[in-house]
Write a protein that binds this ligand. Sequence first.
Ligand SMILES: [Zn+2]
Length: 427
Amino acid sequence: MTARADLQIRGALLHGSSVDIAITGDRITAVTPHLAGTAETGAARVIDARGLYAFPSFRNAHTHVAMVLFRGYGDDMPLMQWLQTRIWPAESKLTAEHVYHGARLGILEMIRGGTTFFNEMYWHRDAIVRAVEDMGVRAVVGQTLIDLGEVAPIAKQKAELERIAREPRAAGRVALCAAPHSIYTVPFDDLRWTAQLAGEHDLLVHIHLSETAGEVERCVAEHGCRPAFLLERAGLVNERLVVVHGQFLDDSELDLLGSAGAALVTNPAANLKLATGGIAPYSRARRAGVRMLLGTDGAASNNTLSMIESMKLAALLQKHRDEDATTLPAADALAMATSTAADVFGHGPANVEVGAAADLVLLDFSGAATQPVHDPVSALVYAAVAADVHTTICAGRVLMHARTVEVCDEQEVIESARRAAFHVTRD
Ligand SMILES: [Zn+2]
């Protein structure tokens, strides 16, 4: 037994046994069989986890967190009409303060759903970084590049990305990535520039790719190649590349991405809701060696940030696509949301084991909708909902215990975000 842990979780269920988990600083320092009635351990805090199931916490590999402000604001509309009449006019009014309040609400929702990390792309990066720091989670927060002419000069965004990339990097919970929005909103020369900068500073590059058939057609017409090959021409295809959506990637593109060690994030809820067509080619991508991740996308097109819901949707959708019930089993859906993401985003091992970062959740499956538990992974992926998350821990800090969030005044966060949302959508 490790002496004087900061936190001890007693009696959690893990891989079929009851264990005690000791956490010191931001690491798991011991996982030992639980012995009822053992003596005081001297841990600063003890959590009674008897009857609760321990899992690594979830990693949301693609979102626009502050878009929770637009949850339910323009559902059931065609993509371009929705963007032009709802989202873009509202976004044009967004200030850093609105984004801060939106980001806190999104992070609060994620903590309640057991998510302790997200990979982000949005406006007002500083405000999102501040929200991540205040709420105790981890994030890779992209500096977005998007060429909207006068409205958002891309030169200014590039200068900002370069400035942040050159700052000395402190080891902390927030990291930077380059986030060129897509191949159709960022000029080719700027994609090439991004590749150079990312190489110099060892940055991940986070980009939407091959989300619609129209995007592929335009790319072929304008550049004479398919989207993934355009990224290769720009020098972006390597193990730092994280592409998002990818429903229309063909076999040659998957082979290119897989052999380079790139990652692909599928966002099943957003793809279904916006009816962008296609289903991410999971099985073929895995065979090609692509690292497969899972995201919620923004809440405007989902409308939740629940990774538990996304795991289920991803598994069901792939089974439907392949007409094969053995495709994407529950354990693989969990890996997409935990261990593979930890690998891509540099968090080390994601399992609940000695030496891993203390990023974990306790699930309460005692309710009618999750009983009986024949298989905890099945209960999590196919039967549970976000509200079944009992306790969320990130970097050794308890963010939520017994469904009480400890890192903020929850009502204040909700009220501030509600005011910000109404301000940008109604005034
Ligand atoms: Zn997106």
